[in-house]
Design a protein around this ligand. Structure first.
Ligand code: IMP
Length: 428
């Protein structure tokens, strides 16, 4: 199996980083295909907790080529800072490459993101405020600056001055905000560009070479299916395509190079930011999940909204991305809840549906229909084999498999690398 996509089946924060970190042990390449530093992937290696935003989660494995693909948006200043942090922990950046065609998030994108969010008032999306939407807007408008332009700073500076002047018009006239200091921004960007230039490459070519040689390539998604700009809970979405289709476009490889798609599912559901969330619980169950799951955003520190597992969402994600297997994370967080619920369908407009709401309805119009399952009280943290899980925990996973129609290959029972039950080798 040369190419394997790993992506989130819910609203992000499913624990993709730790799954990619695990699978990277048998991979030669890890490539990020969308998103920017709005993403937060936490990887625990021994005593180190790495909080990755733009650097692919394969960076913890020496010799693994780590690609930031053309479908991502790169914030150069934040990337250099992240690279420094990764290097300080002793990880090697020698095999990091940035696609020449990746668009840049520049300081004016961040200012615009924040101004636009403030102007939305009660309709705010709850973005991470990192400039993601405005950077992808410029890409689609054919007005963006790309990573390859960092290599020739004088040309970059001329284009930047022009773009920043136009953004200042927007910031001051439309949003009543102060203008940004263009030369100060350039002074900050110059050393950053020099630092990043050696990492900029034709990464599509590197990936083709690796795939031709039969290397294992992991395609790492950020955010999650329901934040997909086309298939998610629009407009409460991010500005890229985390679904599997985004991987080929986002790194420049043909569909035939993808042999498997692993959907990462948290054992319950979380969401950050605004937007519909039928299974959300604002009671003691929600409290338990926040507390036991440490559900605070890696990027913004925001408390995540929590609720029961929603298998309509997982089935929808499986339909869109063609999951060949699932990795279930944070099963241990459910320990201690006397009984559990899984959402099997929705009551929507007077009818029952097991699928995405019909035309004319959105998730906001749906009331969940639950199935009740027994809980367990045993700690899962030392479990490494399927047969050692409490029967109620196995039953929970088996119901998810049956309702999603996809086999569960991996189950995580804690944040450490080895706190994992492997049922099938996903590289097989
Ligand atoms: P943006 O991607 O910053 O524009 O934010 C759009 C929506 O996606 C907001 O609801 C964010 O909270 C959400 N979002 C963006 N990145 C992540 C992530 O990595 N995990 C979870 N939610 C995210």
């Amino acid at each position: 199996m040369p190419g394997l996509i790993v992506l989130g089946a819910q609203w992000g924060d499913e624990g993709k980083g730790r799954v990619v970190d695990l699978l990277a042990a048998d991979a030669q390449v890890v490539a990020r295909y969308q998103g920017g530093h709005n993403a937060g992937h936490t990887v625990v290696v021994g005593e180190h907790t790495l909080k990755l935003h733009q650097v692919p989660s394969g960076i913890t494995r020496r010799g693994v080529l780590c690609v930031i693909g053309n479908g991502t948006v790169v914030e150069p200043l934040a990337l250099v800072q992240e690279m420094d942090e990764v290097a300080q922990l002793g990880f090697d950046l020698g095999a990091l490459r940035i696609s020449r065609a990746a668009h840049l998030i520049l300081p004016y994108h961040q200012a615009l993101d924040q101004a636009q969010e403030a102007s939305r008032g009660a309709q705010a999306i709850g973005t991470t405020g990192r400039g993601i939407g405005p950077a992808y807007t410029d890409k689609a408008a054919r007005a963006g600056l790309r990573a390859e332009e960092l290599v020739n700073f004088d040309t970059f500076a001329a284009r930047f001055r022009e773009a920043a002047a136009a953004k200042n018009e927007l910031l001051t006239r439309l949003y009543g905000r102060p203008a940004l200091d263009i030369e100060a921004m350039l002074a900050q960007l110059r050393p950053t560009a020099e630092r990043l230039a050696p990492y900029v490459a034709d990464t599509s070519l590197l990936l083709h070479q690796a795939l031709r040689q039969g290397r294992h390539v992991l395609f790492e998604g950020a955010q999650g299916t329901l934040l997909d700009i086309d298939h998610g809970t629009y407009p409460f979405v991010t500005s890229s395509n985390p679904t599997a289709g985004g991987a080929c476009v986002g790194v420049g490889v043909p569909p035939a190079s993808i042999a498997g798609v692993l959907g990462v599912v948290k054992a319950y559901t979380t969401r950050v930011g605004a937007g519909p969330f039928p299974c959300e619980r604002c009671d003691e169950v929600g409290e338990h999940l926040v507390k036991m799951g440490a559900e605070f955003g890696t990027t913004t520190g925001r408390r995540r909204r929590c609720g029961w597992l929603d298998t309509v969402v997982v089935r929808y994600a499986a339909r869109l991305s063609g999951f060949t297997g699932l990795a279930v994370t944070k099963l241990d967080v459910l320990t201690g809840l006397p009984s559990l619920r899984i959402c099997t369908g929705y009551r929507c407009g007077g009818t029952l549906t097991e699928d995405w709401p019909p035309v004319g309805y959105s998730l906001a119009d749906c009331e969940p229909v639950y199935e009740e399952l027994p809980g367990w009280s045993e700690s899962l943290s030392a479990v490494r084999r399927w047969e050692d899980l409490p029967p109620a925990a196995r039953h929970y996973i088996e119901r998810l498999e049956a309702l999603a129609g996809v086999p569960v290959d991996l189950v995580s029972v804690g944040p450490e690398r080895e706190q994992l039950v492997v049922r099938r080798n996903v590289w097989r």
